[in-house]
Design a protein around this ligand. Structure first.
Ligand SMILES: [Zn+2]
Length: 294
């Protein structure tokens, strides 16, 4: 499949490299235009890599994160746009403190939606990707990312909505990306158990409460992209202040991942075209622009 446009909407720089990165690298490599929209600048991200926690980095964090993002986009072969909102940070404590004034999650939905609609009408994606209603991770910016993406998917094609934000464009489908799957973790664990080797992700495995269930039951679409797992990991490592290269993200060898679970998972949230589930391609049912109904 080539000649399509795919837009992934993410809350912070580095989210694009940990959620659906190999899928984007594959579609870009096969001749499609892929655009990552990053809603915030990630201003409140802590330095999570001990090797980067050195003088001179924290002082120019905004600039550093822009450089990291540009390198990750280059590795994935995608375009990238900043939407310019300010990271809300992850509130911690009991009770939770209020979000900092001016942060993304507090911006009125109309305002953030209009900003995203503008980019949708410029780029004219056939397919959008975002997070599910829980944000995939309980960060206020991730939940807001879901809300803004769904609102933009609805509004972009309607001429009476945001008339100053460009010519209407109707997006055909929108997906949620699902990364943390119980089934995937279990298969990896079985592999280590069979070899009698300690499972490097035991900590994640133990933290999983059965009542959380498995998001696998919501997955409609699996994209073969094992060939691009190394791009995904390189892009993630490009976010050097945020990602510890010795962290658990890289604990399972690539060849084992490629053999046991060579796909990334999505849930078709809304569609305006006919398709049948399960799918193995995000563009199933969509005609490229040059195949009009003439
Ligand atoms: Zn994030």
């Amino acid at each position: 499949m080539s000649g399509f446009r795919l837009m992934a909407v993410h809350a912070h720089p580095d989210d694009e490299s940990s959620k659906g990165a190999a899928t984007m690298a594959r579609y870009a490599d096969e001749g499609n235009d892929v655009l990552v929209v990053t809603l915030t600048g990630g201003e409140r991200g802590d330095i999570l890599n001990p090797a980067m926690d050195v003088p001179g980095i924290a002082e120019r964090m905004d600039e550093v994160r822009r450089e990291e993002m540009a390198e990750a986009a280059r590795i994935l072969g995608v375009q990238q746009r900043w939407l310019g909102f300010v990271d809300s940070g992850l509130p911690e404590g009991d009770p939770l403190p209020p979000l900092p004034e001016g942060s993304f999650a507090l911006v009125p939905l109309e305002e953030s939606t209009e900003a995203l609609v503008k980019v949708v009408r410029e780029f004219r994606p056939h397919v959008m990707i975002t997070y599910d209603e829980n944000g995939g991770y309980p960060h206020p910016d991730h939940i807001r990312c879901h809300q803004v993406s769904m609102a933009a998917y609805e509004a972009a094609g309607q001429a009476d909505k945001f008339p100053d934000a460009g010519e209407p464009w109707t997006v055909s489908k929108i997906y949620y990306t699902h990364g943390f799957l119980r089934r995937r973790l279990e298969l990896f664990k079985e592999e280590y158990d069979q070899r009698g080797a300690p499972f490097p992700l035991q900590e994640w495995y133990d933290r999983w409460r059965p009542e959380h269930g498995d998001l696998m039951c919501r997955v409609t679409t699996q994209i073969q992209c094992g060939k691009y797992f190394s791009n995904r990991d390189d892009a993630l490592r490009a976010h050097a202040t945020q990602i510890d290269p010795n962290g658990l993200f890289f604990a399972i060898p690539l060849e084992l991942q490629q053999r046991i679970w060579p796909t990334e998972e999505y849930e078709l949230a809304k569609t305006r075209v006919r398709t049948s589930i399960p799918e193995d391609d995000l563009f199933t049912g969509i005609k490229p622009d040059n195949e009009g109904s003439s």
